[in-house]
Design a binder for this molecule. Structure first.
Ligand code: FES
Length: 194
């Protein structure tokens, strides 16, 4: 299913100051957003490119409300449309992410090979509570209170032959089991995060 990409309808707006424009200490952030908007101006997928770049620059890899409002003001794209793009694409985060991200596949092949047990054991190991309404949910994102780890679920990595599949900080690991996962997560926890 394709999400309609809103166009940047009034690129000249990017030179005008708006109520959403920030003052120091956010000046560098907004200068970066201006630069990104100018760079992708008019290209197909411009909004996606802007959102991706802004999220990537955020140390906690998420899009906060003031950034979205600023992008809306600068591009003249309604904020509601921007929110709908952000919520449609799984790659965008609305909450701060941990230093390390562990994605557990909950697709059919991985499910039949024990991915729910992997998810539960990891959640318990990291002492994460299920958020209200997430009990037993297959689709979740949880971050430890110390901001070290985020656990997410995905629908399928397209690597079903390797089920169950877990992605550790963008590294795909197949045929995962509880002990190996605990070992990997331990090792990640000992890494110094830059
Ligand atoms: S179902 Fe897990 S990789 Fe496809």
């Amino acid at each position: 299913m394709n999400h309609p990409e809103p166009s940047l309808r009034n690129p000249s707006a990017r030179t005008g100051e708006t109520a959403a424009a920030g003052n120091p200490p956010d000046a560098a952030k907004y200068a970066f957003i201006n630069e990104v908007i100018a760079r992708v101006d008019g290209r197909p997928g411009a909004l996606l490119g802007i959102l991706e770049a802004v999220q990537e620059r955020n140390p906690r890899k998420y899009l906060c409300a003031d950034e979205l409002s600023y992008i809306a003001a600068k591009t003249n794209i309604p904020l509601s449309q921007i929110f709908s793009v952000v919520t449609f694409y799984a790659l965008f985060n609305r909450e701060p992410q941990g230093d390390h991200t562990i994605c557990i596949c909950r697709g059919t092949a991985c499910h039949t090979r024990g991915s729910r047990t992997l998810l539960e054991s990891l959640r318990l190991e990291l002492g994460m509570e299920e958020a209200p309404g997430q009990a037993g949910a297959d689709k979740l994102t949880l971050t430890t209170p110390d901001g070290k780890f985020t656990i997410r679920t995905v629908a399928c990595f397209g690597q079903c032959a390797l089920a169950p599949v877990v992605e550790l900080d963008h590294r795909i690991c197949g045929h995962m089991n509880e002990r190996a996962l605990a070992r990997e997560v331990d090792a990640l926890g000992q890494e110094r995060h830059e």
